[in-house]
Design a protein around this ligand. Structure first.
Ligand code: GLN
Length: 273
């Protein structure tokens, strides 16, 4: 463990100890507590080979979650694919906002997740609202397929439909909750993202156009007609986008109901009615 950590630190990796620990836990049949008690416990030949191969990929810039092919979100585990973002802890803020918008755990609800990716937002909400039914939509067939597998993996497969589409233009119906974590990075900022994001997250999931707001414009064009009476729209936003997204929503007749900050104190999810 200490050798992997030192190599990561020397290479300038942001969280060398954490990444070393994650790769070590994956390659050994022990849990985090055992690892904490005996950090230098032997992992066997196969384990050592696996760690070495993974450490090389990490040193070449691949994030640990991509190497392992899955990541935890909202206490559930999600497969990744080249067509999806890695679920971010920040996005749990959008799940919290959604649950506040659907306050009754056992009430039936119709949920729509636009640009679902791994399906993490949809699956987390359906997991917490056992009577809800949801549609997850993505432009990428690979993402829709990954989301489908994740819905099944996390026990909500019979309440989730995954479809391919370009935002909500072709959809009709009324939803109690419309949620989205769309691409919102202004195109000129893409080159400045961390290597782990820039080289390994799909550009289509990041690129929000010249001002970062293209996806919000597309979503807000359809959201009002898709909301059931009393329904809510929850949007994840990037740093500093609250006012701009708020103004776009206001122009479509939506009213801001809640601004929710992530653990870093940054406004991250807006709820509109
Ligand atoms: N939060 C992501 C990042 O900064 C961006 C995700 C998105 O555009 N929706 O890497």
């Amino acid at each position: 463990m200490s050798r992997v950590r030192s190599a990561f630190a020397a290479a300038g990796i942001a969280e060398p100890a954490l990444d070393a620990r994650i790769l070590l836990l994956d390659a050994s049949a022990i849990d985090a507590t055992e690892l904490a008690i005996r950090p230098e416990r032997p992992v066997g030949e196969a384990g050592a080979e696996r760690i070495l191969a993974h450490a090389r990929r990490r040193l070449a810039g691949e994030p640990v979650w991509r190497i392992l092919g899955e990541r935890e979100f909202w206490g559930l585990t999600f497969w990744l694919s080249p067509d999806t973002l890695v679920p971010r802890p920040d996005s749990e803020t959008a799940v919290e906002a959604a649950l506040r918008a659907l306050p009754r755990r056992d009430a039936p609800a119709r949920v729509l997740d636009l640009g679902t990716g791994t399906g993490c937002l949809l699956v987390a909400v359906l997991h917490e609202r056992p009577e809800a039914f949801g549609i997850g939509l993505d432009r990428s067939p690979g993402a829709a397929m990954t989301a489908r597998r994740n819905a099944v993996r996390n026990g909500v497969g019979d309440r989730a439909a995954l479809i391919v589409g370009d935002w909500a233009g072709a959809l009709s119906g009324r939803f109690d909750l419309v949620i989205s974590n769309p691409p919102y990075i202004p195109a000129p900022d893409l080159a400045g993202l961390a290597r782990e994001v820039r080289e390994h997250d799909p550009r289509a999931a990041l690129d929000g156009g010249a001002d970062g707001l293209d996806a919000y414009r597309a979503i807000l064009a359809d959201a009002p007609r898709l909301l059931a009476p009393g329904g809510a729209l929850v949007l994840e936003i990037g740093i500093g986008q609250a006012d701009d997204v708020g103004a776009l929503a206001f122009a479509r007749g939506l009213r801001l109901d809640e601004t929710r900050a992530d653990l870093g104190g940054i406004p991250r999810a807006l709820t509109f009615r």
